[in-house]
Design a binder for this molecule. Structure first.
Ligand code: B3K
Ligand code: ZN
Length: 885
């Protein structure tokens, strides 16, 4: 397969002005008639017209009404090239396709008997031949025709302008989207669906129709999505002055979907997982996920749809920005400072858990990649989450108001256009009156920068110096890196734990502000820089990278005592959490080293430093329970693995369990108190305060159950039996399943019986077992034989296979390599069904070079077996060959 390079970008030879489509929907053979008007681009005289098409039968091709003869075009390798095309032209193309056989879930496909589309990134070419690239924007008018009984609902983008009967039991609907859009935002839905709808009044007074479409029987699960949509609309008006531009906005839920959701203009299509919720089936995390994904897709209407990407290398232009917007949306909805901090910590956890490893592995790529083989492989945590961090840094550098000015200028300049990351950066720089040229390196250089912190206090001069030194490891194709422009937010704590006023020496004649700030953003732009603070009365404890002001790894030396001090006193909640994580990480790495050296972990080992810090947090009643939960959660096994040169998954697992048991037994009474005092009696509500309490209560339960005694089992069993919501039920079930409680098998069985009609809950049932500590490869293979299991449904495949390969490291990395054989079997099986899903799974062995040599050999063998498979998709091929390179 051929790589595509960013430097090779050329504008299209023809623009498309209008598109009219007629669909005769039939699951076995759908016919699509497309009429488009095109205009030749300047400077393209003599160039042919290039259209893309895949898995399509070309039934007819006409140019200005006349059939194009065999010599007028070539067709092969997914490209239809037409020669001698006039400057202004009308094309008529008829195609035929087979939705029922489309298991890739790209283009037009069926799910449970209904029709859906997914066109991003390059799915429209599976519907008709088209210049399927995001810089070609056109208006669309679409007529859908189908059997009226089987497909009573017919939806597409924009406004419904006509509908009626056709005779023969068939009917039609005509939709028109007034806004120009790239083909990847096209969508249609047809089938037996019902909706919850509401009219909503915008701030301007205009009324819009909001609908959430689901299969019959799910109408009791749409309220939260509807509420989230209304919150999103209001938030974008208030925070960014952006109004919904259509009269109708629809969300449709589908059970077979490759990812979370899709922002098609006016017709967002969602994985059921991010729409359906009620207390019986959804957890607090599900409620939060729905809110942020509904927000994310809605916010794309401006950042992605109105202003879109020139080419797919610019993907982060819309994705990084829209993730930033959805993160801010969720934080603003919680409203409190501590709620914002909790949200920030959760987002940084995702970055560290998933993006840092990507940035350090064989698939590392810049936020704006230079090349790709398959664009679908580049919907990554780097493009999304690191991209969001890059956008956040503009806000840190320019301030909230400055950032808003930059956004306003961006829309003023580019509304209706397909643009680049440079255009976004220019709007920020121009609105803020700042030179942001060095900031470009955040887009072009891969890898996670490290920032080393050194300090010196001069008591006589009452001055304090902070030296920051940056570096960035090599990544594929990028051996040497230039220094980044890094905003580092710092504060200084006095011995009483209070923030000291900050006065930088470089500020002439002191600060003209009457009150000195207590947090300052230092801008690191050189390889190394020293910042001098004056009037520093005593040697402070520095709090560096407050609120995680840049996506870097901070190397800073603290004593255990300083970490405990920061954990107790830092006014920056993020760094309070961070101090606790550093303390825990230090202990976990030391113990893992001990296990690797064959030393036994003493059950009565003294866990004083960590134990005391945990005790202080757990007994501080002034702390927000949601924050406590995060502070009392040990770094995950994969985050610990990232810190090691040679990873020993079983040793890490053993250590994390050992520490959890030690903390459980040392603090048992306090865990019991936390359990009791964070109960949330009464009707379930997913609000952040209640969810935070449940989170801490269920963390306490999980620690208590580590002790695996009768009382602990009873507590979990009783919570399981009496739960009135899924959060508490699944937490109790998970505690039971990870213990030796006598009732655990019965609980698993009853859970399945109670929820077997709810696909999303059956997913949870598989996933919980896949990640349980007793579940080995053989047990997972056995679960695949369960009648409810299917590889074809992405959610189900993810719930069992991905959960095991990514979420149960100690079992997956079994020394005999059986986990890797299992992985290879599933990648190969999925490759023929759904290349996108297969390629995601293929990433699970990404970091194979980090493991002990015996494991490496077995991983390489599994990778090579996949590589040698016949008819490997380019999706899987790209991932595997980069892993082996
Ligand atoms: N833009 C889509 C992702 C499409 C993925 C295509 N493989 C969802 C989102 O980011 O909102
Ligand atoms: Zn997105």
């Amino acid at each position: 397969p051929q790589a595509i390079y960013r430097k090779d970008y050329t504008p299209p030879s023809y623009w498309v002005n209008t598109v009219e489509m007629g669909f005769d929907l039939d699951p076995d053979l759908t016919r699509v008639a497309t009429r488009m008007t095109l205009s030749r681009n300047i400077g393209s005289r003599g160039k042919s017209l290039v259209l893309y098409g895949e898995s399509l039968e070309l039934v007819q091709l006409r140019m200005n009404g006349k059939e194009v003869g065999k010599r007028g075009y070539t067709l092969g390798n997914g490209v239809l090239e037409i020669f001698n095309v006039p400057a202004e032209v009308t094309l008529d193309i008829e195609t035929a396709l087979r939705p029922n056989q489309n298991t890739s879930l790209m283009g037009l496909y069926t799910s449970n008997g209904n029709f859906f589309t997914q066109c991003e990134a390059e799915g429209f070419r599976k519907i008709t031949f088209f210049p399927d690239r995001p810089d070609v924007m056109a208006t669309y008018k679409v007529m859908l025709r189908a059997d009226k009984d089987k497909y009573p609902v017919l939806l597409s983008n924009g406004n419904l302008i006509e509908e009626g009967d056709l005779g023969d039991g068939r009917h039609y609907a005509v939709w028109e989207d007034p806004f120009k859009k790239p083909s990847y935002l096209f969508a249609l839905v047809a089938g037996q669906l019902v909706c919850q709808e509401e009219t909503y009044k915008l701030q301007s007074g205009r009324e819009v129709l909001l609908q959430v479409w689901v299969e019959e029987g799910n109408l009791d699960k749409t309220q939260h999505a509807m509420d989230s949509l209304k919150n999103s609309i209001r938030w974008d008006e208030e925070r960014f002055g952006l109004e919904l531009d259509l009269d109708r906005f629809m969300i449709v839920a589908v059970g077979d979907f490759n990812m979370g959701a899709m922002e098609n203009k006016g017709l967002n299509i969602f994985n059921t997982k991010f729409v359906l919720a009620n207390p019986r089936i959804a957890t607090d995390a599900d409620y939060a996920g729905i809110e942020s994904v509904v927000g994310h897709e809605y916010f794309h209407n401006w950042t992605g749809n109105r202003v879109t990407c020139r080419d797919w290398f610019q993907l982060s232009l819309k994705e990084g920005l829209t993730v930033f917007r959805d993160q801010e949306f969720s934080a603003d909805l919680i409203g409190t400072d501590s709620g914002r901090a909790v949200k920030r910590i959760e987002d940084v956890r995702v970055l560290r858990q998933a993006q840092f490893p990507e940035d350090a592995g064989p698939m590392a790529h810049p936020v704006r990649p230079d090349s790709y083989v398959e664009i679908n492989n580049f919907y990554t945590v780097t493009i999304y989450e690191k991209g969001s961090e890059v956008v956040r840094m503009y806000q840190t550098l320019l301030g909230r108001d400055g950032f808003r000015k930059g956004m306003d200028l961006y829309f003023q300049r580019h509304d209706g256009q397909a643009v680049t990351c440079d255009d976004f950066r220019a709007a920020m720089a121009d609105a803020g009156g700042r030179d942001l040229s060095q900031f470009e390196l955040w887009y072009s250089q891969a890898g996670t920068p490290r920032v080393k912190v050194e300090t010196r206090y001069d008591e006589v001069a009452q001055s304090y110096m902070i030296t920051l030194t940056q570096s960035c490891p090599p990544t594929p194709g990028q051996p040497n890196k230039l220094p980044f422009h890094i905003p580092v937010a710092v504060g200084l704590l006095d011995s009483g734990g209070r923030d000291m006023p900050l006065v930088l020496d470089s500020v002439e004649g002191g600060d003209d502000r009457s009150v000195a700030p207590t947090t300052m953003v230092l801008e690191l732009t050189e390889p190394s820089q020293t910042f001098h603070f004056r009037n520093v009365r005593e040697e402070p404890v520095p709090s560096v990278l407050r609120n995680f002001s840049a996506p870097v790894i901070l190397d800073i030396e603290y004593t255990d005592a300083q970490l405990a001090f920061l954990m107790a006193n830092d006014s920056d909640a993020f760094n309070r959490w961070e101090a606790g994580q550093r303390l825990a990480m230090r202990r976990m790495l030391a113990l893992t080293e001990a296990v690797k050296n064959g030393e036994a972990l003493d059950r009565n080992a003294d866990e004083n430093a960590l134990g005391a810090a945990f005790r202080a947090t757990l007994t501080d009643n002034a702390l927000d329970p949601a924050f406590c939960e995060l502070a009392l959660t040990l770094p995950s096994e994969s985050v610990v693995a990232e810190q090691m040169d040679v990873v020993h998954p079983q040793a890490i697992h053993q250590v994390r369990r050992f520490l959890r048991r030690a903390l459980a037994s040392a603090l048992r009474f306090q865990w019991e108190v936390a359990y009791q005092s964070n109960r949330t009696p009464g009707a379930y509500s997913p609000d952040p305060v209640s969810a935070g309490k449940r989170g801490l209560k269920n963390l306490a339960l999980s620690y208590i159950v580590e002790l695996d005694d009768g009382d602990a089992h009873k507590l979990a069993q009783s919570q399981y039996d009496n739960a009135n919501n899924m959060t508490d039920r699944i937490a109790a079930l998970s505690a039971l399943v990870n213990s030796n409680a006598p009732g655990k098998d019965a609980a698993l069985a009853s859970f399945y019986e109670d929820f077997k009609q709810e696909a999303l809950v059956v997913d949870k049932w598989f996933s919980l077992q896949a990640m349980a500590r007793h579940t080995d490869v053989a047990a997972v293979r056995e679960l695949m034989n369960h009648p409810a299991f299917s590889l074809r449904n992405p959610n189900r495949a993810r719930s069992l296979i991905f959960s095991f390969c990514n979420g149960n490291p100690a079992q997956f990395h079994a020394p005999d390599g059986s986990g890797y054989e299992f992985w290879a079997d599933q990648v190969i099986a999925l490759n023929t069904i759904n290349p996108q899903v297969a390629a995601r799974l293929a990433r699970s062995l990404d970091r194979w070079r980090k493991y002990a040599p015996e494991l490496q050999d077995r991983m390489r063998a599994a990778l090579q077996r996949v590589a040698a498979t016949k008819s490997l998709s380019k999706d899987v091929h790209e991932v595997i060959s980069k892993s082996l390179a």
